[in-house]
Ligand binder design. Sequence first.
Ligand code: HEC
Length: 190
Amino acid sequence: MSNARCLLPVLLLLSLSACGAGEPAELVQAERDTAAKLVAAFASSLKAELQTAIAEGGPVAGIRTCAERAPSIATEVTANHPDWSLRRIGTRVRNAATNTPTEAERAVLDSFAAMPADQRPGPLAAADPDQPRRLYKPIFIAEPICLTCHGPAEQLAPEVRGELAKHYPDDAATGYAMGDLRGAFVVEKR
Ligand code: HEC
């Protein structure tokens, strides 16, 4: 009797750890908090650098910041969190090499796009059932500055259009309006 009583917690523990070794476990609250901090730091650094670059060098300098600094800011923000990665995906993409959503991610974006306006900007959520350790945060066009480079192509300044065409001949990330879903931040723990 007393043996059985001792065994039960042991069995429970064993089954829990067996679970952990197989399927990737969902993130615990502390990990979700870390994820939220990393996304917030990525978003605010990127925006700050973009605003500074545009204020100092105009939108063409901003394009360079977005292209060159976005991946390096992601690396800097995760420097002390080597198990984590950060990236962005787009509903339509400018940099198809790094920012194209997978099929599952496209479904995630579709669900964000259907989100009622009063629920925005939306949570940092695990939205891909096959990737429970990958969290998504929607990115809406919330500020007019975004339209400088993502607004309707015919409304972009000629130098912006020229610079974009030079670096992104297959650019699909124009034609957005205020309030549109632009994409998502993707944060993942290995
Ligand atoms: C000065 C021009 C410029 C401005 C302003 C700008 N972007 Fe971008 N954006 C770019 C460029 C260039 C890329 C491609 C970056 C790369 O090569 O990875 C990009 C890429 C993105 C992506 C990744 C998906 C993709 O299309 O490759 C998202 C999401 C995004 N921008 C959102 C925004 C939001 C939101 C704002 C407003 C806060 C904004 N951008 C303002 C130039 C700009």
